[in-house]
Design a protein around this ligand. Structure first.
Ligand SMILES: *[C@@H]1O[C@H](CO)[C@@H](O)[C@H](O)[C@H]1NC(C)=O
Ligand SMILES: *[C@@H]1O[C@H](CO)[C@@H](O)[C@H](O)[C@H]1NC(C)=O
Ligand SMILES: *[C@@H]1O[C@H](CO)[C@@H](O)[C@H](O)[C@H]1NC(C)=O
Ligand SMILES: *[C@@H]1O[C@H](CO)[C@@H](O)[C@H](O)[C@H]1NC(C)=O
Ligand SMILES: *[C@@H]1O[C@H](CO)[C@@H](O)[C@H](O)[C@H]1NC(C)=O
Length: 489
């Protein structure tokens, strides 16, 4: 049962008062301008994240205003590289004003107190006062090709293609993720889009519950609810040596770790406890899981259409990035296994916000996907619960569990230790560790089937961006050839 506490009551009273005062002041204005949707993005700066950000940056600012970006630094990119990439991208789009937050020197005390500017370099379960941790989840992300090395520099194209502005990563002086989130949420109502792990945002909500009322909605790319990953089945009758089974029929997309955890999707896997905090925060959540994104493959026809439609620098950068991702894909199944994960999520989010003014869009109607209400949670540890086996720092060797978690509760079981955690690989050979989205307990929306492809959606271009002017100037001076991407690779 929910009871209204005295504090809540007075807050409620306060907000009524504010509304009344504004109402009185507003009477003198000839008309009331609707303010833009303020958007905050937390990203791990993977290739599809860049597409999502460019999509948001190309929207009309008086409708959708990207006010801040924070970097999920415990996943696909390293802090400094990720920040520089975002700065260059923002410079190209004429948005040197958008703050980019990452990391920080704070931590979580042994008693569970979350200090301000907590780093966010580690999943919450490993976060103490230092950066020593088990890397239990991050080791699933490849270090070299196709992983950190390539993503950090966008295969080298960041420096080669994007213009560099005045901003660059400054260790120790970089605004922290917690500061950027706190500033932007304090300034007014904001919509949050999470397209990396949830570490930063979960830490923010755990330590600033009083600011939750300013978060309108959270859009999340992550999880596989009932997806069946379309890649990598073993051909019938193949021998053990011939067959490298991948995720055939499984829900998740953890291509490096399907043997122990076939259920998990990378964004959830990177910090399941953080995802749990976000989903159970009480803020309305719209989830765009693999179920939805798996239905939009980047196929050959898409590539050809895209190749012939590169009228802007951002389209060229996007194409270049997508092409190198394809040409260096680890197998020949790119067209079956690359999807518009984060960019699709940005599209769904914007479309729902666009419709939100119209006849109260409670069911999340949008141009791209059918929506469904579901009760959902995140599985953060494995049964049996409450049994100490050395895998769970929230409980093991502690007199009181961290964050006052309940012994015997859903967070108190075995937590996956690594890619080849023996607990997670039973004799049957099919992994059993779960970091998974389960249907339980919580109301949220799920975008399921895609209605139509979004490639024809007209996007406004902003021709008077500073970078555009500069390019035109150089071009007139003859010192810069128009970038030609077509056959260069
Ligand atoms: C952006 O939206 C505002 C308000 O709706 C409108 O006045 C303006 O013309 C739009 N700008 C562009 C470039 O479409
Ligand atoms: C970069 O910094 C210099 C020196 O502070 C300043 O003159 C210039 O206008 C800045 N350029 C941009 C694009 O902000
Ligand atoms: C697989 O083996 C079975 C039994 O030997 C046979 O009937 C079947 O045709 C084989 N399938 C393929 C695809 O070779
Ligand atoms: C979610 O769970 C609640 C409480 O158990 C239940 O009343 C509700 O009908 C469920 N919603 C859906 C969409 O399953
Ligand atoms: C845990 O519970 C104790 C006692 O109720 C309380 O003093 C403490 O602040 C709580 N800690 C956290 C992190 O919630």
């Amino acid at each position: 049962m929910l009871m209204m506490s005295p504090t809540l009551r007075s807050l409620w009273f306060l907000s009524t008062t504010v509304v009344t005062i504004l109402g009185l002041l507003g009477q003198n204005l000839p008309c009331v301008l609707s303010s833009p949707h303020r958007i905050l993005v937390d990203t791990d700066v993977d290739t599809d994240d860049l597409f999502a950000l460019l999509y948001l940056l190309k929207l009309n600012r008086s409708e959708f205003d990207l006010v801040g970006i924070t970097l999920s630094a415990n996943a696909w990119t390293n802090a400094g590289h990720g920040v520089n990439h975002l700065y260059d991208l923002l410079h190209m789009m004429g948005r040197d004003d958008i703050p980019v937050g990452v990391g920080g020197e704070g931590g979580v005390l042994a008693d569970g107190t979350i200090l301000s500017d907590v780093g966010g370099y580690l999943p919450i379960i490993e976060q103490g006062m230092t950066t020593t941790g088990e890397c239990r989840y991050r080791q699933a992300i490849p270090k070299g090709s196709g992983g950190l090395l390539d993503i950090d520099s966008n295969y080298g194209f960041r420096k080669q293609f994007l213009p560099q502005g005045n901003r660059s990563y400054t260790p120790l002086r970089q605004p922290t993720a917690q500061k950027v989130i706190t500033d932007k949420v304090s300034e007014g109502p904001v919509t949050v889009i999470l397209i990396g792990s949830h570490t930063n945002f979960a830490l923010f909500m755990m330590s600033n519950p009083h600011l939750k009322h300013n978060i309108n909605h959270i859009y999340v790319m992550g999880g596989g609810v009932r997806s069946r990953n379309p890649t990598g089945c073993c051909p019938a009758n193949s021998t053990a040596a011939e067959c490298q089974p991948r995720q055939c029929g499984n829900r998740g997309n953890l291509f490096t770790d399907y043997t122990s955890n076939p259920y998990s999707e990378f964004n959830m896997f990177a910090d399941p406890f953080a995802a749990y905090q976000v989903f159970h925060s009480g803020v309305p959540v719209t989830l765009v899981p693999l179920d939805a994104t798996n239905t939009i493959p980047i196929n050959k026809k898409f590539f050809e259409t895209f190749e012939n439609n590169q009228r802007t620098y951002e389209a060229q950068y996007t194409f270049l990035s997508l092409k190198i991702a394809r040409d260096t894909w680890f197998d020949d199944e790119f067209y079956q296994s690359y999807f518009m994960w984060d960019s699709f999520t940005a599209g769904v989010a914007v479309s729902i916000m666009r419709n939100s003014g119209k006849n109260n869009n409670k069911n999340g109607e949008n141009d791209f996907a059918e929506m469904e209400y579901m009760n959902i949670t995140v599985v953060t540890s494995n049964k049996p619960y409450g049994k100490s086996d050395g895998s769970n720092p929230f409980f093991d060797k502690r007199r009181t569990p961290k964050f006052n978690l309940t012994l015997g509760g859903v967070h108190s079981g075995h937590v996956q230790m690594g890619l080849r955690d023996p607990f997670c690989i039973p004799k049957s050979g099919k992994g059993r560790c779960k970091v998974e989205i389960n249907l339980r307990n919580l109301l949220m929306k799920l975008s399921s089937t895609v209605l139509r492809e979004g490639i024809d959606t007209p996007i406004p271009t902003v021709e008077n961006r500073p970078f555009n002017k500069e390019i035109l100037k150089w071009r007139r001076l003859g010192s810069l050839k128009p970038p030609s991407i077509g056959n260069r690779l």
